[in-house]
Design a protein around this ligand. Structure first.
Ligand code: NI
Length: 139
C-alpha cells in the first residue's frame, strides 16, 4: 500500500447527487470509500481483460446429476486443470441438482477458458465466474 493522497474531483451536481444516493443505497460509509471501490473494480476488470496476471476467482456450477456421465465429465475436466483449482465444494441441492463452487488461481485468461469449458458441458444449468483480487497489486 502506498501513502494516502487527497485530490479534488470536479463533478456535475446532478451526477454527484446520484452518486451519493447510490452510496447510501449500497451502504457505503463515505464517498472516498465508494470511489476507491469503483477504481479497484475497474482496475480488476482491466487486469482480467489483459489476462496475463495471476488472479483468483470462484466458479459456481449447477447441474443435474441424473444426466448420464455429466458428473464424471466435470470431474475429468477438473482433474485436467488441477493446477488451477485450489479448492472445491459440492452441495447436493435437491433430489436432482448439484451445486459446485470451485476456487481458481492462475492467469486470468486461463481461468476464464476453464470456466467456459466447464460451463459449456451439456447439462450444466448455470455457470458463473466471479473475479477476485486483494487489491494489493493495484496499489
Ligand atoms: Ni450432488
Amino acid at each position: 500500500m502506498g501513502q494516502t493522497i487527497r485530490f479534488g474531483v470536479s463533478l456535475d451536481s446532478t451526477l454527484l447527487k446520484q452518486f451519493d444516493e447510490l452510496c447510501m443505497k449500497r451502504g457505503n460509509p463515505s464517498r472516498s470509500e465508494a470511489i476507491r471501490d469503483l477504481i479497484r473494480q475497474e482496475l480488476v476488470r482491466e487486469e482480467w481483460e489483459n489476462g496475463a496476471q495471476p488472479s483468483a476467482a470462484t466458479l459456481t456450477l449447477v447441474f443435474d446429476h441424473h444426466r448420464s456421465d455429466l458428473a464424471q465429465k466435470l470431474t475429468e475436466l477438473q482433474h485436467e486443470s488441477h493446477e488451477s483449482i485450489v479448492a472445491s465444494m459440492h452441495v447436493h441441492l435437491d433430489h436432482e441438482n448439484c451445486l459446485e463452487v470451485l476456487v481458481l488461481v492462475g492467469p486470468a485468461a486461463q481461468l476464464r477458458a476453464l470456466a467456459d469449458k466447464l460451463t459449456a458441458v451439456k447439462g450444466v444449468k448455470h455457470g458463473e465466474l466471479s473475479l477476485a483480487t486483494t487489491g494489493d497489486r493495484l496499489a
